[in-house]
Structure formats: structure tokens, C-alpha cells
Design a protein around this ligand. Structure first.
Ligand SMILES: [Zn+2]
Length: 536
């Protein structure tokens, strides 16, 4: 309890307050003054500070936590997808086809149909073909991605519009799958996706503004108050436009492509790293693809594909040069690595760059860090490399991952517990729209490891489960640390930003398998209440 002259604008009372502060983890009430937390204490203490200007929120025994930080999203893609064809839960090819048919019937002639987020594992693993959808989409180019973004399906109209020849070679770091006659089947993987991507017209600015607005509403409803966005310079322009108009309702740390490090260096030199609503300084690179697309770079071949051990989407030489140059420019290097070979390669680059460039607070990150070779587990803690992971992927991929990597490699897959135990500083996120940006489901996933098909009631690789408090930390203080903002947010303490979420139950007390049934009652960002409690 600290006293402060500022009038209390919001007082949250009668809560189970989990502060995230190691020395004082629990309280029952929180006082906010405008955009800052001014006191954390008992309900009686906080009530003394209530004035006629205070809005009192009765948490009614619900859990009060720091606003969730989703450390890995593609915010505009997510917002765009909210308005596109929804294929994530298509369970059969015929369901997949009929949804596209229904959506195409509403789409103006000639417009591209994108998004989708399909998952062929839902129907046993047969990849979709352009022949499935050509007859129902004659007037619209279709370019719909698998939910991991590492492959996508084009119909014939899209292939024609992009001018992709019906015969010809592959693309470095990518694959064009072909039918028996050698023509593209419609599936383009990793770098081959650029062949179609470049033909897709850019969304107009008004559309992007709407996508951002939809994404913020979606995030607010799920208790997400900050995101680390993995995207492009044009995405950053959309965020800047919204920030300039005072319209941001979600805090954004906007990473741009790693190979553009020189442009970011110059931008930061010219106008700094931004403020608590919109920050820059992070660069996102890629080592490999994804497990679901068999493009994760593995040390040994996939269990279900003899001789295939995935691929690197960038050369080790480029990854080293970009990492080193970005680091010398004091920028923050964030790299996607999923397979054990990719992770090992990037850890080696980080180690080398640190040795060559000297000690500094650099907080290198590996995004996803899914399949870690056992000897590499300790290196995250030793090197101070942040494993930025998405627990929902574990219960999604856990349905089929052992088929692809076998039981032995699965033991150190999504190794939350092993990383935590070796002082790896976990940051959690969703990879939305690859997975729903729903921290409560992420916490459920990390704590139970119950796969989405409910085939592992005791948890898939149960020794890698972590506690609710561990998962909360990864979604709050872990995320704040992963973007250099732990002084501003990530816990409930006087002086920190007034980003607070109220959940309808104490997650540490309920049966773990019911965590995902919990509801977000309130989301407060910068002292502004973004969502109202609905009766339930
Ligand atoms: Zn991603």
C-alpha cells in the first residue's frame, strides 16, 4: 500500500488479486489513477481511497491479474481473417468445400478469397487440391492458407492470375506440390507461397484500419492488453495511423523483418522506439518452416517421411550476418525456429554474436522453440535466450506430432517444464491467427497438456506440464521482459501501467481441466475499461 495524491479513477475490490510480484503475490484490491496503478492492497485499504470520482468494480471473488501479453501475433492478418472464410474447424473435405462454396457465393466477382486457416490433419492428413474447389470458385481467385501459414492452397484462377507456369522448377526454401501429370496441385509451401502472394492485391488502407479495429476488439475480449506483432513495415504504418488518431486499445510491440535491420536502425535513430502504446526496435527472422508442413529443419528425418528432414528458409550465413549487424545496432533480434536443427543453428549464432559483440542486455528470442534437442534445453537459460512459445500449439499439434517426429523426439517438444527448470525465461503467446489469441486456453494447454482430441486426459508428455502461476508469469511478466518493458507492465504494482484483467474464477483453485471454461469479466487497458462484464 502506498499513498498517492492522484484521485483514484477505478477501484477494484473483493478480488483474488494475483500481482505477479514475487515478494507480495496476493492481495484483494487494486486502485488505478488514470493510466497507472496507484495502490495494491486489501479491500478495506483501497476503499479508504474511493471518492465521488471513483468507479468501484466489485470483482466478486474473481481473479484479478496483470493484463495478458500475447508475445507472438500477426495482428492484422488476424483482423482480416475475422472477416474471411472460416476453415479452422472444417472436419472433412466436404465440409471444407461447402464452406468455401458458401463464402464464394457472397464474394464479389473477381475478388480474392484469402485467409481460411484450414488444417488437413482434421481429416487424416490428405492435402487439399485445387480440383476440389475449381468448379465452385470459377470467378474468384482463391488463396487460402493452412493455419500455420507455412502452406496455402491456390485454385486455378489464382494460379492463372499469378502467372505461375504449369510446369517448371521449385523455389529455394519452398515447394510446389504437383499432381501425377506434373502440374501444380494447388499447394505451395513456404517460400513458394510468394509466387501467388505477389499477385494478391494489397488491401486498401480503410480495410486495414478495420482489420486492426476488429483485432483490438478480439484481443480486449480475451484479456489481451499487449501484443508483440510479427509483421512488416506496412503493418507498422497502419499501427502508426491508429496511434496518431488516438485509437489504439491494445499495446503493440511491432517487429519488422530481420533483413531490414538497417532501415530499423535509421528509423530508431530518427524518432526513437515509441511509447507504451506502440514500440519498435524488434526484428523478426526465420530459420525454418513448420512441423505441420514438414518444413521444420530437423537433425534427423521425419518419422513419416524417409530422407526428408525439412528445410532452412534462410542460409546460416545470412542469419548470422543479419543477427550480428542488428545486434551491433542495438536492435532486438527475434527469430522463428521450430525444428531441433533450426533451434541449434540459431542458438549457435546467438552465442557467437554475443561472444563477438560483447556483453549487453540483448534478450535474444527464439519464437516457437518447439522441438529442442535435449542438450540444447539448458542453453536457453545459460545464454539468456528467451523461449517465446505458444502453448495452444502443443495441444493442437499433440494430436499428430508423434506420427511426424516419433516418441523419442516428442519428449522434448514444447518443453515448458524443462525450460523453466533450467532458468529459461518463458514468454507465452498464441501466434494468432495460427491459433486463437486466448490466454485462458493457453494456460489450460500449458497446465494440462490435454490435446484437443482429448486422447491424452493425463496430458501429452505430462512431465512437461507447468503450474498455473508459471503459465500466468509467462503471459505477464515473461512477456513484458521479452519486449524490454518489465518496468512498465507485467505485474500489478504501484507505478505500473493500469492494464488489469478480471477473470470470473481463481485459476489456481479450480480443477485444471476447467481452466478453459473461465470467462474474462473485465479488461482494462491504460486505465480504460474495454469490456463490460456480461452476466453468466
Ligand atoms: Zn508467427
Amino acid at each position: 500500500m502506498t499513498t498517492n495524491q492522484h484521485p483514484v479513477t477505478i477501484a477494484i475490490v473483493n478480488g483474488i488479486v494475483w500481482t505477479g510480484e514475487p515478494d507480495k503475490p496476493w492481495a484483494t484490491a487494486v486502485a488505478l489513477s488514470d493510466d497507472r496503478i496507484t495502490a495494491v492492497g486489501s479491500t478495506a485499504e483501497i476503499r479508504l481511497r474511493v471518492s465521488s470520482q471513483t468507479k468501484v468494480i466489485d470483482a466478486r471473488g474473481g481473479m484479478v491479474v496483470p493484463g495478458f501479453i500475447d508475445s507472438h501475433v500477426h495482428f492484422l492478418a488476424g483482423g482480416m481473417n475475422l472477416a474471411s472464410v472460416q476453415l479452422r474447424d472444417a472436419r472433412t473435405p466436404s465440409d471444407f468445400i461447402s464452406r468455401i462454396k458458401a463464402f464464394a457465393a457472397t464474394a464479389p466477382r473477381g475478388t480474392w478469397i484469402t485467409g481460411g486457416d484450414w488444417d488437413h490433419e482434421n481429416w487424416g492428413g490428405d492435402l487439399p487440391l485445387r480440383s476440389w474447389i475449381d468448379s465452385i470458385t470459377p470467378d474468384n481467385p482463391v488463396w487460402i492458407n493452412r493455419l500455420d501459414g507455412h502452406m496455402a492452397l491456390a485454385n486455378s484462377a489464382a494460379i492463372r492470375a499469378a502467372g505461375v507456369p504449369m510446369s517448371g522448377g521449385d523455389v529455394a526454401g519452398g515447394t510446389i506440390t504437383r499432381d501425377a501429370s506434373g502440374q501444380p496441385s494447388g499447394i505451395f509451401k513456404d517460400n513458394a507461397q510468394e509466387l501467388i502472394d505477389r499477385a494478391v492485391p494489397d488491401p486498401d488502407p480503410a480495410m486495414l484500419d478495420r482489420a486492426l479495429d476488429a483485432a483490438m476488439t478480439y484481443a480486449n475480449a480475451r484479456g489481451v492488453t499487449s501484443v508483440d506483432h510479427m509483421g512488416t513495415w506496412s503493418d507498422l504504418a497502419v499501427f502508426e495511423r491508429a496511434h496518431g488518431a488516438g485509437k489504439l486499445r491494445t499495446r503493440i510491440y511491432a517487429a519488422v523483418p530481420l533483413f531490414t535491420w538497417a532501415r530499423l536502425r535509421d528509423t530508431v535513430a530518427a524518432r526513437g522506439r515509441g511509447d507504451s502504446w506502440l514500440r519498435i526496435g524488434g526484428l523478426k527472422g526465420f530459420v525454418d518452416g513448420s512441423l505441420g508442413s514438414h518444413t521444420a529443419a530437423m537433425m534427423q528425418p521425419f518419422t513419416d517421411a524417409a530422407g526428408d528432414s525439412g528445410l532452412l528458409v534462410n542460409t546460416p550465413e545470412n542469419l548470422y550476418l543479419w543477427t550480428s549487424n542488428a545486434d551491433k545496432a542495438n536492435l532486438h533480434v527475434i527469430v522463428h525456429a521450430i525444428g531441433d536443427r533450426a533451434i541449434n543453428l540459431q542458438l549457435g549464432i546467438f552465442e557467437r554474436v554475443e561472444r563477438e559483440n560483447g556483453a549487453r542486455d540483448r534478450r535474444f528470442r527464439i519464437e516457437h522453440a518447439q522441438h529442442i534437442a535435449p542438450p540444447d534445453l539448458v542453453r536457453f537459460g545459460q545464454l539468456g535466450v528467451i523461449p517465446s512459445m505458444q502453448p495452444y500449439h502443443a495441444i493442437d499439434d499433440g494430436r499428430w506430432a508423434e506420427k511426424v517426429i516419433g516418441p523419442e523426439r516428442a519428449r522434448t517438444t514444447y518443453a515448458f517444464r524443462a525450460l523453466r527448470d533450467t532458468r529459461g525465461r518463458l514468454a507465452f503467446g498464441s501466434d494468432w491467427p495460427v491459433a486463437p489469441a486466448t490466454p485462458l486456453e493457453g494456460i489450460y494447454a500449458a497446465v494440462t497438456r490435454r490435446t484437443l482430441d482429448d486422447k491424452h486426459p493425463g496430458g501429452w508428455i505430462p512431465e512437461q506440464k507447468i503450474t498455473v502461476e508459471d503459465a500466468l508469469r509467462a503471459y505477464t511478466s515473461g512477456g513484458a521482459y521479452a519486449s524490454f518493458e518489465e518496468r512498465e507492465k507485467g505485474s500489478l504494482a504501484p507505478g505500473k501501467l493500469a492494464d488489469v484483467v478480471i477473470i470470473d474464477r481463481d485459476l489456481t483453485k479450480v480443477a485444471p481441466e476447467t481452466i478453459r471454461d473461465a470467462k474474462i469479466d473485465y479488461t482494462i487497458v491504460g486505465g480504460i475499461q474495454m469490456t463490460e462484464m456480461k452476466e453468466h
